[in-house]
Write a protein that binds this ligand. Structure first.
Ligand code: IPT
Length: 941
């Protein structure tokens, strides 16, 4: 027994953590490859690729150990690529300063993609949109002359600096150099300022920097706006991509809306390049604050069946990127405030807490199918068979004759019909808003499929036979016809399946229910185990490739990878409950996560055993809070002599200051979070009103004091852009001055703290939007001719957490957010706070079960508060903002790695209160726990 264990351990360690799988994707440490393409598809070393990418933003998951977790989950769903924006702002806190270490280590990201076996569509912008502050432009770009997203020299010099840093990293990871980067995307939905010289320079610069994979760009909504230059002129890209968001972003409309933004059929733009769906909607931003569950509903399983399957056949796209595969978190001041709050969950198939949702399994059903039938990489539109009451469309591979037939039900009620396919008539029932892609005339391993009304999940050659999984909606009829030179022997192992053989065709009739099993031998072909399931039972299968062929697994919550050696099939798998596992592999024994599993051989020739579930997780209560009020800046005697004098009279913003001096925070180098202003003037005692204007982006506010007396607060403004009418007085606040507060002839001090929520994007490529100022844009006191101002924001860039983590609150400047800060002298929290800024801190220890992936979140009970807002820091990392003005969010994910899973943690809350308030403290919750997972090292402080 002991010896067997040691042997097993040896085999496992030899097998390593390799991510090689049978689904077409790059493999680790492979030599350089040749990339080509034609009108049908991309090709690697002459092999056609069907690119199925999931969009992933590393900057929204600040724990590099978890990148592997998400990438393995994408791979396990049948995706063979990720599409990745690289955010200039995330790496560059100031001109000339770039950071690619720690949570910014994109070389590690690309290495991880290689190890997992995923191609990468690299999207370094320079403009990325993506609901990031400035659309990825660093805020300092607002102070650089020259229209952004144009060939203006000022902007050109700035983006050349970014590309000079990011391109070499991308270049060394190209498929052509043995890496995983297969496509390089310049710009993003560049449609309004159509500066061809700029588009050309982006490509020329990439080529000079060593990019030799094909270049693409993603165009939006109306591809025609760029088609003139997409042909052959300057700026034309070789492989244009088109973005499609059929369901829009009004998540409250979930359940009642269906394709308000069109049919989602990707336009063919060039005849000599494959159709590329550069962004295909796979979730939604929460524009109407419905919460991301509603967004997941809006883009749920029916949507995911109907639209992407329709697009596959109607457009023939052989490259699709699903936006988002995993959304993540707008931590720190990363987000663009007008469209998103802290969570960027996106209603994606994988939640912000890294949990798999129902629609993940729909992507898996499709992903496995797409990789199972190579004939799909080369098809032309063909005449479709007619099925009464249903929409049909077809494509055919000109070389193999394999036909792919889309059958869709656009109504909400089920439709039963018959479809003539492969010389036979198939009975079909489609539930409302359902779609199927049916196959006819396909070679599947050693088998010949004539036609089927069931959809194909996958087919795997395992141990000298084919194991093929077909499925359909539960309770609907299914027919599968297979061709055999002579009569085969058919044995129904489970379920009710009728078979008949005539004229070379074996016809199987059944109802989709549970999982039927049919063993077919003889007939002049290699043996076949046919598994006939439903959507749900098919989705229980995982497929992983090994050096000696594929392995199929039924059960577990996730199979990350597999190896087979010396008769042992070794899986890396997660379980969320104790249960059975069934393994189809050319092996005699099974091991899961390094431990041998006792198995029996089933009638299906598989190995079946039981696996333990996760251990119970107990989270500590959060108590022992300590509290301290700050905002000494509000007091007239505060020493601000080291603050920057704000005395500029001009700015590059197209928004004219309402009063002078210019108080825009970016002009003084303060680009993120809270900004303080102190203004001095000599009073007469007759002053009645302070009038202020602040632009913060949506969701921001500001608080005002005069001579230490709190005057009140106001909502920050959003200056006009092409979406909104011009507002001559954005973010206006008028504050009455109490009698006697200003003594005649003395210096009065005005103190203002402004919440800068992040910058507008530059989607329309008009500088007026992107260059909108942040901070005070107007300040006057009636009868006062001049106010002398000083400004203070973020004190320094946190070397680990980066320039977007902190703003300029007193506590942030003096380390109150950090784990090492000594708060022992702070009194116990009362939770009642005065207007202004108050901090609460506590610590907690965790000892989460090892070898188990526990996702932890911070939860506030009840509705978000109206009168105060909270900035949350876990071990110094700004992981969210809570408050009714900010968004509906009450749960905040604490990513493992930032969260010390087996150690001490510090939680700090900066409470910014507009009125005296009683502050609710949060508690810890388990957002999911599975035995398994990947090792997640702590991110160093
Ligand atoms: C498309 C952008 O290209 C992408 O960056 C992101 O912002 C996405 O939208 C929405 O999440 S733009 C398209 C919706 C017009």
């Amino acid at each position: 027994m002991r010896i067997r264990r040691v042997l097993l351990a040896l085999v496992l360690s030899l097998a390593g953590l390799t991510g090689l799988t049978g689904l077409a994707g790059p493999s680790a440490a492979t030599p350089a490859h040749r990339v080509a393409y034609d009108r049908y598809s991309l090709q690697v070393d002459g092999r056609r690729i069907l690119l199925q990418a999931a969009e992933f933003h590393y900057f929204r998951l600040p724990s590099p150990g978890l990148w592997r977790d998400v990438l393995e989950k994408e791979k396990a769903a049948g995706f063979n690529a990720i599409s990745v924006y690289f955010s200039w702002a995330f790496h560059s806190p100031a001109p000339g300063e770039y950071d690619f270490t720690g949570v910014r280590d994109v070389d590690r990201l690309l290495r991880t993609a290689e190890e997992v076996g995923l191609y990468v569509v690299a999207r370094p912008g320079p403009y990325i949109n993506a609901e990031t502050s400035g659309g990825g432009f660093p805020a300092w770009l607002k102070t650089v002359p020259g229209r952004a997203r144009s060939s203006d020299p000022g902007y050109t010099a700035a983006y050349h600096e970014w590309l000079a840093h990011i391109d070499p990293i991308i270049a060394r990871h190209q498929v052509t150099r043995g890496g995983s980067v297969l496509l390089y995307n310049v710009e993003n939905e560049y449609a309004v300022n159509t500066d061809a010289a700029y588009m050309q320079d982006l490509q020329d610069t990439a080529r000079t920097d060593g990019i030799d994979v094909p270049i693409t760009t993603n165009d939006c909504c109306d591809a025609a706006s760029w088609s003139s230059t997409w042909g052959s002129g300057p700026g034309a890209v070789p492989i244009p991509g088109v973005d499609d968001y059929p369901q829009s972003f009004q998540c409250r409309a979930a359940g009642t809306t269906w394709g308000p933004w069109g049919a989602g059929v990707t336009e063919r733009v060039r005849d000599d390049a494959p159709v590329f769906a550069a962004e295909y909607q796979a979730g939604a931003i929460d524009l109407d604050n419905a919460g991301y569950d509603a967004c997941r509903d809006l883009t749920g399983t029916p949507y995911t069946k109907y639209f992407p399957k329709g697009n596959l056949i109607l457009s023939g796209a052989t490259a699709v990127n699903h936006y988002m595969g995993f959304g993540g978190t707008n931590w720190g001041w990363l987000g663009q405030p007008n469209d998103v709050y802290t969570s960027y969950d996106y209603g994606a198939a994988i939640t912000e807490a890294r949990q798999l949702t129902a629609k993940y399994f729909e992507y898996k059903r499709q992903g496995y199918f797409l990789q199972a039938v190579p004939a799909l990489t080369k098809t032309d539109a063909s005449a479709a068979p007619v099925a009464a009451g249903l929409e049909t469309a077809a494509r055919t591979n000109p070389d193999t004759g394999t036909q792919f037939v889309l059958v869709r039900n656009g109504s909400t009620a089920p439709v039963s019909s018959t479809l003539p396919l492969g010389g036979t008539s198939l009975a079909l029932t489609l539930p409302g808003h359902d779609a199927k892609v049916l196959l006819s005339g396909a070679d599947l391993g050693g088998q010949r499929l004539v036609a089927s009304s069931s959809e194909l999940l996958t087919t795997a050659a395992v141990g000298g036979r084919d194991v093929t999984v077909l499925y359909g909606s539960p309770g609907t009829p299914g027919t599968t016809v297979l061709r055999y030179p002579s009569r085969p022997s058919v044995r129904v192992l489970a379920g009710a399946v009728r078979s008949a053989y005539a004229n070379g065709d074996l016809r199987l009739d059944y109802e989709h229910r549970g999982l039927a099993r049919v063993s077919i031998t003889g007939g002049g072909r290699r043996p076949l185990l046919l598994l006939l399931g439903t959507d749900d039972t098919a989705a229980q299968f995982w497929r992983a490739g090994t050096a000696s062929g594929p392995v199929l697994v039924r059960g577990t919550a996730l199979v990350r990878s597999a190896t087979v050696a010396h008769g042992v099939a070794s899986l890396r798998a997660d379980t969320d409950a104790a249960g059975a596992v069934e393994v189809f592999a050319d092996a005699r024994r099974v091991a899961v996560n390094g431990a041998g599993v006792r198995t029996r051989t089933t009638a299906s020739g598989s190995l079946e055993g039981g696996l333990p579930g996760p251990r119970r997780v107990v989270l500590p209560a959060l108590n022992g809070w300590r509290q301290r009020a700050e905002a000494p800046e509000a007091q007239p005697g505060f020493d601000d002599s080291r603050w920057t004098v704000a005395d500029k009279s001009t700015s590059l913003s197209t928004f004219p200051p309402l009063t002078l001096p210019v108080l825009f925070s970016d002009e003084y180098g303060h680009h993120a979070g809270s900004v303080w202003y102190r203004g001095r003037f000599t009073g007469t005692g007759a002053e009645k009103t302070v009038q202020l204007n602040a632009i913060t982006g949506k969701r921001g506010n500001y608080l005002v004091w005069l001579n230490g007396r709190y005057l009140g607060s106001a909502a920050g403004g959003v200056q006009a852009d092409s979406d909104a009418p011009a507002n001559p007085s954005p973010g206006e606040g008028r504050f009455a001055i109490p009698g006697g507060l200003i003594e005649p002839g003395t210096t009065a001090v005005l103190s203002v703290v402004v919440q800068n929520m992040g910058n507008n994007d530059d989607w329309t490529a008009e500088d007026s939007r992107f260059r909108q100022p942040r901070g005070l844009v107007g300040a006057s006191v009636d009868g006062v001719s001049a106010i002398a101002w000083r400004i203070q924001g973020q004190a320094r860039v946190d070397p680990v957490r980066g320039g977007l983590n902190n703003g300029g609150l007193f506590g942030e400047r003096y380390g109150w957010s950090l784990p090492g800060y000594a708060d022992r002298a702070w009194p116990a929290a009362t939770s009642s706070v005065a207007p202004g800024v108050t901090w609460l801190r506590t610590g907690f220890g965790l000892d989460l079960p090892r070898g188990q992936d526990t996702s932890v979140a911070l939860r506030f009970d009840g509705a978000p508060p109206n009168r105060y807002r909270v900035i949350l820091y876990l071990n110094g990392w700004n992981l969210g903002q809570y408050g009714a003005a900010i968004g509906p969010q009450t749960d905040f994910v604490l990513p493992a790695g930032l969260l010390r899973q087996n150690g001490r943690n510090t939680l700090a809350m900066a409470v910014i209160a507009e009125e005296p308030s009683s502050v609710a403290t949060p508690h810890l919750v388990v957002a999911g726990s599975q035995r398994g997972g990947v090792p997640v090292p702590d991110v160093p402080d």
